[in-house]
Design a protein around this ligand. Structure first.
Ligand SMILES: NC(=O)c1ccc[n+]([C@@H]2O[C@H](COP(=O)([O-])OP(=O)(O)OC[C@H]3O[C@@H](n4cnc5c(N)ncnc54)[C@H](O)[C@@H]3O)[C@@H](O)[C@H]2O)c1
Length: 315
């Protein structure tokens, strides 16, 4: 099959690209290198079935052209920075919702009808049902990021209803592992590199979070696409455990051989929109026979080790 991966030079997209090429598929990466890295595509570049289109999704002519002959689109390109959403209120809407509409339009014009979308567990807001299943009520949206992703889901569902598309919507917990470029492990590592003696933590350290290792995430996505054939397929992806931020700090500092003095900003939430307890119900994806191979602790340690070997990523 010929896959087009938007955001294919990013963390999740480049790992998916390598996997698809390894399985013998043809892959077009479409990326504007906003947060993506050339280094992530070094292996892919060696494969004759790989093609790179270096452009932004806003460039509709190039996107239309790139879509020709594609069988399936993984739409991963987005502004994935949840925390700073309130600093630029229209960015999530433009990057995550309007650009999803652009991708869908380019697909429609080229008769490409299957799409996999990286949504987020944040769409459940501060969920009332924990672990949170796919059909849980959404109380309120707590971040512009999640609101923009939920609107992206809605666009995809409308194209499925209106134009005979098939949609795969994945609501991820936070993903960890090789090429991880943002989020708490990255932030803590960066702070500890500057000052190994002290670590300032947003919130009270008791926020409960779920994480999933990148290769487990890719296994789950590919399992769903292989086994599910509904018009609209919505799946939570995560492990069946959660940890406190303090647990993660303990694993990170132990792996780095550090014992910093911890201080906290305080409060249940590290920032506005930080969910104090995220834990998704993953029975639906597990019923397909998938289960994660790595625990949260192993995923955190693998991430730290990747950053240790690739400190250029901190620059
Ligand atoms: N990493 C996580 O923990 C996580 C969790 C839930 C959902 N997601 C979602 O998964 C997807 C991938 O996340 P990631 O962590 O790999 O992020 P990332 O920032 O590493 O990758 C995003 C990629 O998209 C590209 N891109 C962004 N805007 C673009 C545009 N307008 N035109 C062309 N290219 C553009 C960037 O250059 C980058 O290569 C995102 O949609 C994100 O919202 C990620």
């Amino acid at each position: 099959m010929h896959f087009l991966v938007t955001g294919g030079a990013g963390f999740i997209g480049s790992n998916m690209t390598d996997r698809l090429l390894g399985l013998g598929h043809k892959v077009t990466v479409y990326d504007g290198f906003i947060t993506g890295h050339e280094q992530y595509l070094e292996e892919a570049e060696k494969n004759p079935e790989f093609r790179l289109v270096r452009a932004r999704l806003e460039d509709e002519d190039t996107l239309n052209e790139a879509m020709k002959g594609v069988d399936f689109v993984f739409h991963f390109a987005a502004n994935a920075d949840v925390r700073r959403g309130l600093e630029h209120p229209l960015k999530d809407l433009e990057q995550n919702t309007v650009n999803t509409a652009r991708v869908l339009e380019a697909m429609r014009k080229n008769d490409v009808k299957r799409i996999g979308f990286s949504s987020t567990g944040s769409v459940y807001g501060e969920a009332e049902v924990i672990p949170t299943p796919e059909d849980a009520p959404f109380p309120v949206q707590t971040s512009l990021y999640a609101a923009s992703k939920l609107a992206g889901e809605g666009m995809i569902e409308s194209y499925c209803e209106g134009y005979g598309f098939q949609g795969y919507i994945f609501r991820f917990v936070s993903i960890l592992g090789e090429r991880y470029p943002h989020g708490h492990v990255y932030d803590f590592y960066q702070k500890l590199k500057k000052n190994p003696e002290e670590l300032y933590v947003l919130g009270d350290g008791h926020q409960k979070k779920s994480y999933l290792y990148i290769q487990d995430c890719i296994d789950a996505i590919l399992t769903v696409i292989e086994k599910c054939n509904e018009k609209i397929n919505i799946f939570n992806l995560g492990t069946d455990e959660y940890c406190e931020v303090n647990d993660s700090i303990r694993w990170i500092t132990k792996r780095l051989g550090l014992d910093p003095k911890l201080s906290y900003s305080g409060g249940e939430r590290g920032w506005i929109g930080d969910n104090p307890f995220i834990f998704l119900d993953t029975k639906k994806v597990r019923s397909l026979g998938w289960k994660p191979k790595y625990s949260i602790e192993q995923a955190v340690i693998k991430t730290v080790e990747y950053i240790m070997e690739n400190e250029w990523i901190l620059e």
